[in-house]
Design a protein around this ligand. Structure first.
Ligand code: FAD
Ligand code: NAP
Length: 308
């Protein structure tokens, strides 16, 4: 029987493991289907992790984490978890291949993944002008013009955030109406630094070895526009990685929002005793390494407290 099963080995999972084992829990396993480190390892530039003064790649940032986090006894099982189910007072953690582990507590740290829009150049220029994180990359475009793609709450809220940093923000949306909240839409429509490019799709993002040079859009009449921007932020929805919480009848093990984020309180407790969620998977996550890491510590301290 595990004292704690941690699912996911990004910043939240690794930090949870560090705090749980350093807090005295003996039998703690982190199930991570790949190498520990999480999605930040895909980033080529991070400069907002406190204490790391130089700009580093995500891989460089995360490289020392596993060694430090496993120093006090955390074990890594390189396995994919398919489902977590309640088994009396405990939890059954089911792995791909059918193996099962029993755990007294579970912290789910599987993150969330921004969707891609599918336009030409999106993958080629990802991280070189195409971004899915304004908090992470907005500052690189200080006093420059950028584009935002999408018409939901995330796109419009992030457009407003970028308008505080950039000289101009083009919001490209495939329809006339926005699905974002009316109050946010109103702010965007009236913002002097935001120009709406409506009924339009991104046909192509083009550039060279240095990165993006512009965005070609096409409206419903087939009219093209060439926006000479060095960056485009894509906000076309998120996949919350909550599959492990889905039960056989498609219900969720604990409360989740309509769009799949796990509902937690300030201690990262879910609606089920002994089950916690930390990092990008939880409601209102700021989706930053420092915050995911803090969530992991918070959840682990709760597990330590309920285990003694
Ligand atoms: P993740 O890092 O997503 O880790 C989840 C882990 O769970 C993954 O390793 C995954 O393999 C594993 N997993 C998922 N499902 C399963 C399963 N079923 N079984 C086993 N393992 C599973 N943040 C910043 O603070 N600053 C930045 O500059 C910044 N830039 C970014 C740039 C890019 C390109 C990206 C993609 C993100 C960036 N972020 C940045 C955001 C940051 O990476 C995330 O907020 C953070 O990684 C979230 O941590 P997490 O532990 O919640 O989840
Ligand atoms: P979302 O609501 O699904 O919006 C995605 C947007 O991207 C939509 O405008 C959609 O256009 C557009 N889109 C989708 N695929 C596209 C493609 N391939 N090419 C071009 N455009 C595309 O996603 P979200 O904004 O990330 O929000 C997710 C959920 O979180 C929502 O329920 C949202 O309300 C919630 N949320 C709430 C808040 C808040 O309350 N403050 C903040 C952020 C998010 P269409 O509109 O035409 O479909």
């Amino acid at each position: 029987m595990l004292d704690l099963a941690i699912i996911g080995g990004g910043p939240a999972g690794l930090t949870a493991g560090l705090y749980a084992t350093r807090g005295g829990l003996k039998n703690v396993v982190m199930f991570e289907k790949g190498m520990p480190g999480g999605q930040i390892t895909q980033s080529s530039e991070i400069e907002n992790y406190p204490g790391i003064k130089e700009m580093v790649t995500g891989l460089e940032l995360m490289e020392p984490w596993p060694e430090q986090c496993m120093r006090f006894g955390l074990k890594h099982d390189m396995a994919e978890v398919t489902r977590v189910v309640k088994e009396g007072e405990n939890f059954k953690v089911i792995l791909a291949g059918g193996k099962e582990e029993l755990a007294k507590n579970v912290i789910v740290c599987t993150g969330s993944t921004p969707k891609r829009a599918g336009f030409k150049g999106e993958d080629a220029f990802f991280g070189k002008g195409v971004s899915t994180c304004a908090t992470c990359d907005g500052f690189f475009y200080k006093d420059k013009e950028v584009a935002v793609l999408g018409g939901g709450d995330t796109a419009l809220e992030e457009a407003l955030y970028l308008a505080n940093i950039c000289s101009k923000v083009y919001v490209i949306h495939r329809r006339e109406a926005f699905r974002a909240a009316p109050s946010t839409t109103e702010k965007v429509r009236n913002h002097p630094k935001i120009e709406l490019v409506l009924n339009s799709v991104v046909k192509e993002v083009y550039g060279d070895a240095m990165g993006v040079n512009g965005v070609l859009t096409e409206d419903k009449e087939g009219k093209e526009r060439d926006l000479k921007v060095p960056g485009i932020f894509v906000f076309v929805g998120m996949n919350v990685n909550n599959d492990v919480l889905k039960q056989e009848d498609e219900s969720f093990l604990c409360d989740v929002t309509d769009w799949g984020e796990v509902v937690v309180d300030l201690s990262m407790k879910t609606s089920v005793e002994g089950l916690f969620a930390a990092g990008d998977i939880r409601i209102e996550a700021p989706k930053q390494v420092v915050c995911a890491s803090g969530d992991g510590a918070t959840a682990a301290l709760q597990v330590v407290a309920r285990s003694h």
